[in-house]
Design a protein around this ligand. Structure first.
Ligand code: SF4
Length: 699
């Protein structure tokens, strides 16, 4: 009999529900789940092609040591022995885990527990650092916790949707579809897109602000000043529910109109039009994504946006609020379990002695990390200089995705011990593994993911495990048992891991915080199997489900008030003989293409790595359409096909992040990006690399 399984798409942070149908002959087809509140049956091109990406070509099916197939016991004994010996000789901070927003919450929980509670280091970070960590830092500064206030429904209810640093049409396509449908139904609704490029998202924009890269802080500071001048701030709200307004406003005094125009590169008329729209519209949602987060000033950008919503009291009510859109399927789930080097599980704070004590007692662990660990970029710097001597990389491809990717490659080549858990045998990163561990992929594993609007959904298995592949949490739990931490890693299934995670979220009234899913602390495997998509919090005995935070004007700082943050605008020096390279996703590929690269259909949209360049720049440099361009920086060089287009601003380039050595030569754009990071979040500024461009001449 054919079977139908409700599961969740493994790509972007929209977190669409998928129904996977398996025929008697093993054929699989997918369709959108009409009952899933994220997508109501819609899917984008990537989600629709999921069935084309689940074949076993290239799969890693057995553990390997030095390229030789071995039993799990042999591989895991070696991993545990090498990590234990390294820790004994050099201390707990000499090892690291680098995980991924692709793994499930249960995987994240176990890895985090092992590293922070039993190894005693916080050297566990994730590729989500590249995705939304500036938003996390901004939320914590403003709200006292990492809390996304709104829901997707707010985007549909708003009268003005501001999309800044977000190519929603390609990167969160189903939210874009929902927004476009809402706009069609309510023609008075306005959409403003703030992006240096004219992207496909601009197709529904009433106003496109082609801002200079990193001009966002200045723009939103200018907006705050304008709202004050126009008498459109909510003084009662500011007085009752916030602190720091005067300091934040004072900073705007130093920003003249000329500065604002210089910093944003926008005509005064367009700036005024945006300010007037924002001023006059009560229901405003400001969505932001990697164009805001991936910047040296990413956290300040987030707070500059939140400042404007706090000043107008437009937060916590239907159809209004700042809204960070996560890039990955489980970037939010990773945040819930403290999967970042500067966080503890259940949104508790690593810097709080009380939180550390609470988590340690709950885990009954011998130790607890008491200082932040190294963040993504710094982990690989520490591998490069020998401070980290053993690393376990799980479900991610840092040799492609991190900035200064050639340095990452060299670091792994020199690292004494590298473990990689992956579904594929050959990636740019698995090439450096001393031990390769086969993981389960989408459709094979069970667990939960949480999307951008805090909605937890089940990923369910509908395929049998291929070869000897095992789930990621099991691999980490076996490691814990082998390192001598037996009982604390004794789960029998994903449901038990989830229940422990839920129990910790409510332990000793941690439920006074935002993240509380204590209602699931006693969940049985059958109920876990049936779990419907739900938004947190889900408190014990909760009668009414809260879908929106801060409706009561109470925040998570000790005094219950939100904070205005006094940010400062940087005016970037104009490029001289270099370009600013912006990087991002294309519509039909995902990350380093390890899965979407399998679908011929998905590669028909954009078949090759390319660089977008303005016609005037192309003319000046003698670059002709469709010819190869060498894009270079002191860190590396890539060869990309020229896509000459006026959508791209002069002086700027755009290149997609996806292609790598598996699909094209010299196409890893990470290799030309300097590894500079936001000082608060540690997120790399992957949209602001200084590069040169020239026609490629074969040697
Ligand atoms: Fe998957 Fe995102 Fe597309 Fe939804 S919008 S189907 S989650 S890639």
């Amino acid at each position: 009999m054919p079977t139908e399984t409700r599961t969740t798409c493994p790509y972007c942070g929209v977190g669409c529900g998928v129904i996977a149908r398996r025929e008697d002959d093993g054929q699989v087809s997918v369709k959108g789940d009409p009952d899933h509140p994220a997508n109501f049956g819609r899917l984008c091109s990537k989600g629709s092609a999921l069935a084309e990406t689940i074949d076993l070509d290239g799969r890693l099916l057995t553990p390997k040591i030095g390229g030789e197939a071995v039993e799990w016991d042999t591989a895991l004994d070696l991993v545990a022995e090498r990590f234990s010996r390294t820790i004994a000789e050099h201390g707990p901070d000499s090892v690291a885990f680098y995980v991924s927003g692709q793994i499930l919450t249960e995987d994240y929980y176990v890895a985090n527990k092992l590293m922070k509670g039993f190894i005693g280091s916080a050297n566990i970070d994730t590729n989500s650092r590249l995705c939304m960590s500036s938003s996390v830092a901004g939320h914590r500064r403003a709200f006292g916790s990492d809390t996304v206030p709104g829901t997707y429904e707010d985007i549909e209810l708003a009268d003005l949707v501001v999309l800044t640093g977000s190519n929603l049409a390609w990167c969160h396509p189903v939210i874009y579809q929902r927004l476009a449908a809402a706009k069609q139904a309510r023609p008075l609704m306005k959409v403003v897109v703030i992006d240096p490029r004219r992207t496909m998202t601009c197709d529904i924009a009433d106003l496109h602000l082609a801002i200079r890269p990193d001009g966002d802080v200045a723009l939103f500071m200018g907006l705050l000043a304008h709202l004050v001048k126009a008498g459109r701030i909510d003084e009662a709200y500011i007085g009752a529910h916030t602190t720091g307004f005067a300091e934040a406003f004072e900073k705007t005094a130093s920003l003249t109109n000329a500065d604002l125009i210089e910093a944003t590169g926008l005509p005064a008329m367009q700036i005024r039009e945006f300010f007037r729209l924002f001023e006059a519209t009560e229901k405003v949602v400001t969505c932001y994504s990697q164009g805001v987060n991936q910047s040296e000033s990413g956290t300040d950008k987030v707070n500059a946006i939140i400042n404007c919503h706090l000043a107008t009291g437009r937060i916590g009510r239907p159809g209004m609020g700042p809204f960070s859109l996560t890039g990955q399927p489980n970037a939010m789930g990773g945040r819930e379990v403290g999967g970042l080097a500067n966080m503890l599980a259940a949104h508790m704070a690593l810097e709080s002695a009380g939180d550390r004590d609470r988590v340690q007692r709950f885990w009954n662990s011998p130790i607890i990390a008491d200082k932040p660990g190294l963040k993504a970029v710094d982990i690989f710097r520490a591998v490069a200089d020998g401070r980290i001597k053993a690393i376990w990389i799980m479900a991610t491809n840092p040799v492609v995705s991190l900035p200064e990717a050639d340095l990452v490659r060299a670091a792994l080549a020199a690292c004494p011990f590298v473990v990689v858990s992956d579904i594929l045998e050959k990636t740019d990163t698995t090439a450096f593994a001393h031990v390769l561990l086969p993981s389960l992929g989408w459709g094979e594993k069970d667990g939960t993911v949480t999307n951008s609007e805090r909605r937890m959904s089940r990923q369910r298995a509908f395929l049998s495990a291929p070869g000897d592949a095992k789930t990621d949490w099991w691999q980490m739990a076996e490691m814990g048992r082998r390192m001598g931490f037996g009982k604390a890693f004794g789960w029998r299934n994903a449901a038990e891991v989830f229940a422990e995670h839920a129990a910790l979220s409510a332990f000793e009234n941690n439920g006074s915080r935002d993240f509380d899913i204590g209602a699931f602390a006693d969940i049985e495997p059958d109920a876990y199997d049936d779990l419907k998509p739900v938004q947190w919090p889900q408190r014990v005995g909760q009668q009414q489900v809260e879908t929106r935070f801060f409706a009561d004007g109470r925040f998570y700082h000790a005094d219950g008030k939100a904070r205005f943050i006094a940010v400062e605008a940087a005016v970037q020096a104009a490029p001289t003989n270099t370009f600013i390279l912006n990087t991002g996703r294309v519509r039909d590929h995902w990350h380093t293409m390890t899965r979407t690269g399998k679908s011929a259909r998905l590669s028909t949209h954009l078949a090759e790595p390319f660089v977008e360049i303005h016609p005037a720049d192309a003319d000046r440099l003698g670059i002709r359409a469709a010819e190869l361009v060498e894009v270079a920086s002191p860190h590396g060089r890539v060869l990309l096909r020229a896509l000459v287009t006026p959508r791209q601003a002069q002086g700027n380039l755009f290149a997609p992040i996806h292609w790598n050595d598996q699909f094209a030569s010299n196409a890893r754009v990470g290799s030309v990006i300097k590894a500079v990071t936001d000082p608060f979040s540690g997120q790399p500024a992957s949209k602001m690399a200084r590069v040169t461009a020239a026609p490629y001449e074969a040697e």
